[in-house]
Ligand binder design. Sequence first.
Ligand SMILES: Nc1ncnc2c1ncn2[C@@H]1O[C@H](COP(=O)(O)OP(=O)(O)OP(=O)(O)O)[C@@H](O)[C@H]1O
Ligand SMILES: [Mg+2]
Length: 206
Amino acid sequence: MRTVIAVTNVKGGVGKTTSAVYLAGAIVRSGRGPVLLVDADPQASSSEWIEQAPVPGVRLVEAPTPRMVVRAMDAGKERIAIVDSPPGDEKTVRAVLERADSVVIPTRVGGPEPSRVRATLEMLVPGTRHGIVVCAARAGTRDLEETLSGWEAEGEAIWGVVPERVAIATGSGAALSVVGLVHYENVLIQALEQRPRRRAPVPSGR
Ligand SMILES: Nc1ncnc2c1ncn2[C@@H]1O[C@H](COP(=O)(O)OP(=O)(O)OP(=O)(O)O)[C@@H](O)[C@H]1O
Ligand SMILES: [Mg+2]
């Protein structure tokens, strides 16, 4: 059975595409691949990225509508699918979250960020495994410490703190950096830690 990891935040520009592409790369690099990368964003950023710098073992499918994404998430033989979600388009985001076994929520340090994460959390199917990844973080800053302790106080799991690095930021056209792959492999381990529990077991009938 396939595990679907959604990378979702209703806010734009937080690191969804970067996280989705690096998670896919980390799956292959750690021997868990091949992997399906579903681009549910009409901006097609992860599609462009993979077209310009293909990652062996990562198969990309563009699926920018609810209908297309529902089909794409269960098509093919890969054991794991990563979904890059659009920033708006509530219907597509809901279709993704409906199927997701695990949800990675990229965010940034700073003012409006927590409210957008909370809005995203409210859209999850109750019980869905999820964790926050702080992207482009500046180590040792007070803002970062406050962000992390804030989420801890709310009982939210932090699955990763990915430092701000030019090598990770380069995006389209560049090969994935080892520093990014290592950080995202740690996120991946947490995203995959448990199988989904929210679906009740089917009685055997005997
Ligand atoms: N760890 C990092 N270090 C430096 N820059 C980063 C890092 N992660 C992401 N970025 C940069 O932040 C910007 C936004 O990232 P990204 O495109 O992944 O966000 P997004 O949430 O997918 O945006 P959109 O909502 O438009 O799809 C990009 O320029 C990206 O290169
Ligand atoms: Mg994006």
